[in-house]
Design a protein around this ligand. Structure first.
Ligand SMILES: *[C@@H]1O[C@H](CO)[C@@H](O)[C@H](O)[C@H]1NC(C)=O
Ligand SMILES: *[C@@H]1O[C@H](CO)[C@@H](O)[C@H](O)[C@H]1NC(C)=O
Ligand SMILES: *[C@@H]1O[C@H](CO)[C@@H](O)[C@H](O)[C@H]1NC(C)=O
Length: 303
């Protein structure tokens, strides 16, 4: 944590110096004010990630998703591409099933508060996750990473998403105007954060395990994924993998800043990450046609 803090201080000093040296124009680019969004927009935005998590966790643990469990919530949106039952042991299967049911609750809670939209097209195929891992490692893994092949792969794949939702809720909270919205987002944040903690604890326990056939440790996988999210988000360090227990003290079973506060992310940062493109205007990754709702649509080329 100390090196992070020092590098943040150095960055702040450099930014401060730069703002003296350059014109006020570069100043205003350094200190951009966040866009303002309505409560409805911010809450609807969250549906995108909740749909993804619901389908991934339900399919992973049951072999089917919202269309069987709660078809009314899909509202006729297309079924997810490539989602399937994962090979899991009884404990992890039970935990992932519970996460799936929690996401169904989240979808209901959001849709009770705002109108929302139908399930967007989600790409949860093997190759979608394999692309994430290839980007994270900066080279193709052979054979391509398969999230559904075994328990450790599924846990690593699960590390990819709820944390992004968590940072989104932390980022959205101060922007919300009314108490109903803040109550809802606090409730969603609490459970997303709990899911992330459970996943991190399961991965922490297995951090030295070498993932077959790559020979790469679980800790290394999480570090690479976190590095990728930081890179795609383009707003600095907001993500940390499980740094090797032997090389850091204390460890980081939970992610947080130098005050151990959860990191915030804006909807734009989240889109850059979940599209895998680093650009909120270039859909792809888990959302081949882009995410839905007013915020995400405002970045998509009008058709
Ligand atoms: C409060 O925000 C919710 C969205 O969370 C919205 O549906 C509701 O109309 C807002 N209430 C007021 C009084 O603005
Ligand atoms: C930490 O060190 C112990 C003992 O040297 C070793 O067994 C373990 O695999 C190491 N952990 C990692 C994550 O490398
Ligand atoms: C993002 O993509 C849009 C549309 O292709 C492009 O106009 C814009 O320059 C890109 N932004 C960045 C930062 O690359």
């Amino acid at each position: 944590m100390a090196p992070h803090f020092i590098s943040k201080v150095i960055v702040s000093i450099v930014v401060l110096l730069a703002s003296f040296i350059f014109t006020p124009i570069s100043c205003s680019r350094v200190f951009t004010s966040p866009k303002t969004y309505s409560d409805v927009d911010l809450i609807e935005f969250a549906l995108n990630l909740e749909y993804l998590e619901a389908e991934f966790f339900l399919y992973g643990s049951l072999g089917h998703g919202l269309d069987e469990v709660a078809p009314e919530l899909a509202e006729g949106g297309p079924p997810p591409i490539g989602a399937k039952l994962a090979i899991l042991g009884p404990l992890v299967k039970d935990i992932i099933f519970q996460f799936g049911i929690q996401e169904v609750g989240h979808l209901r809670a959001i849709k009770k508060t705002v109108r929302g939209f139908p399930r967007p097209l989600l790409d949860l195929s093997k190759s979608s996750f394999a692309n994430v891992m290839d980007s994270a490692f900066g080279e193709p893994l052979y054979p391509p990473f398969d999230p559904y092949a075994n328990e450790i792969n599924f846990l690593i794949a699960s590390y990819v998403i709820p944390y992004v939702g968590l940072t989104g809720y932390v980022g959205a909270n101060p922007l919300l105007q009314n108490a109903t919205s803040r109550r809802l987002v606090a409730g969603l944040l609490g459970v997303e954060s709990g899911q992330d903690a459970v996943l991190r604890a399961l991965l922490y326990e297995r951090q030295a395990l070498r993932v077959r056939p790559y020979g790469v440790s679980v800790a290394e996988f999480t570090n690479r994924i976190s590095w990728l999210r930081n890179k795609l988000g383009k707003e600095g360090i907001k993500d940390e993998g499980l740094v090797d227990m032997n090389s850091s003290y204390p460890g980081n079973i939970l992610a947080g800043d130098e005050y151990s506060l959860s990191y915030p992310r804006t909807p734009e940062e989240i889109l850059r990450i979940v599209y895998g493109s680093g650009n909120e205007s270039v859909p792809g990754g888990f959302y081949p046609h882009g995410a839905d709702g007013h915020i995400a649509s405002s970045y998509l080329p009008s058709t």
